[in-house]
Design a protein around this ligand. Sequence first.
Ligand SMILES: O=C(O)c1cc(=O)[nH]c(=O)n1[C@@H]1O[C@H](COP(=O)(O)O)[C@@H](O)[C@H]1O
Length: 273
Amino acid sequence: MSAAFGTRLADAVAARGPLCVGIDPHAPLLAAWGLPDSPDGLARFSDAVVDALAGSVAVLKPQMAFYERHGSRGLAVLEEAVARAREAGALVLLDAKRGDIGSTMDAYADYLRPGHPLHVDAMTVSPFLGPGSLQPAVETARRQGGGLFVLARTSNPDAGTFQHAVVGGRSVAQCVVDTVGRWNAEDAASGPGSFGVVVGATLAELDVDLDGLGGPILAPGLGAQGGSVADLHRLFGSGRAVVPTVSRDVLAAGPDAVALRAAADRWAAELAR
Ligand SMILES: O=C(O)c1cc(=O)[nH]c(=O)n1[C@@H]1O[C@H](COP(=O)(O)O)[C@@H](O)[C@H]1O
């Protein structure tokens, strides 16, 4: 088994900085790159992003939906891209947002198993069936050195509709954060937590208490959704393991590899300031 994901993430961030770049090959972007909306276009897009960035950014986050919409050939492209990205030293966070009853969750968590054709370092999961439904994925992550990022306070404008709802005196979002904090506390002896939450950089204010999390925070919503590095400072301050993630704002610079790297470097430099 590889080292725990929390440790591998901390090492990657120390070596490369915290930036995560999302690989979101949606149809208008493929068109803007002069590529067909087909598995071939998808492969050329993915190769270009991986070649330009996998050697320098800490985390790459392919959005699975954009591969699944091309069927099995799209998934084959994703498998290839993930393997190449990991080989080049990037951690791969599969943006799958899966969540189901325990027995099915166990199957989804197979993406964290070495030897799986789509073996990734971590994946995003949805707690909508109840935080306990994610337990099989927690067990797999522990066994395989993988990580999970659980949706808590997402970046979309109406996210608060459900996430602010109060259950047992706490918001749903806080309930998620506390559950993930418990998973990390159970593993505290093995270093930085491998279980993270997703909190958007677009929030008007930080309305969850992250002090007991003990793990990383994936912060989407930068650039195209209006979030900025100033928002990250405003929401999270310093001293937290924040992994800011940007997709369109970097990808729009392609297909030229130098321009893609320059776009990622601009975010990295701003984050480092
Ligand atoms: O889990 C995510 O990554 C995620 C959570 C969230 O709250 N908001 C959010 O935008 N995302 C993902 O992050 C990416 C954001 O893309 P850009 O807005 O282009 O940077 C998309 O792939 C979204 O699916």
